[in-house]
Write a new protein. Sequence first.
Length: 203
Amino acid sequence: MPVASTKRAIARVGHAVSKFGADIRGIAAVEFGFIAPIMLLFLLGTIELTRAIAIDQRFDHLTSAIADLVAREDRLTADDVKAIYDIAGEMMSPYDANDLKISIIPVMSSASNAENTRVYPATTNRPSFNGGAQPARCQAYSLTKGVLSKNESVIVVEATYKFKPMFAGYLMNTSDWTSKAFAKPRKGLCVVFDDNCLSSCFS
């Protein structure tokens, strides 16, 4: 091949390469292809995090509200407790209350030792919600020092919630949350669940 022809061929190839390099058509689509998955991940993460915070706040508020409702009464039956749980289910809406467990645990201290604290009523009139653990009558229950003085009582509400992310396994995993609330009885020594609140657990 003559030298001139070779030079012209090389020049044409170089021109084509240069023209291709200067062609920016479709670059936006390529960039979007790189950025879109990252932006989608940020969007889903924001939605999931916002939802988790909203559920957690409602869960904590619900636990405190139940303790307060129980502490306002002087006597409660099993039907009364179930009615309070109905309120709890409504408070949890629109989130699933089937993932919620609640236990009402009334605790009293000994007349001679404030650190000797026990559950004073039977479980008959204080059912749990969705199978929450219920300590038996006279079972020891530890409290932080100073919560009760001698011969006092407190309503303890323990709750657990199984958080299930909408995109479980991708951004966040299912996890068990816990919450605990305390409230002193408003109307007397203790809230009565049995015949009276004079516990024989310390005799």
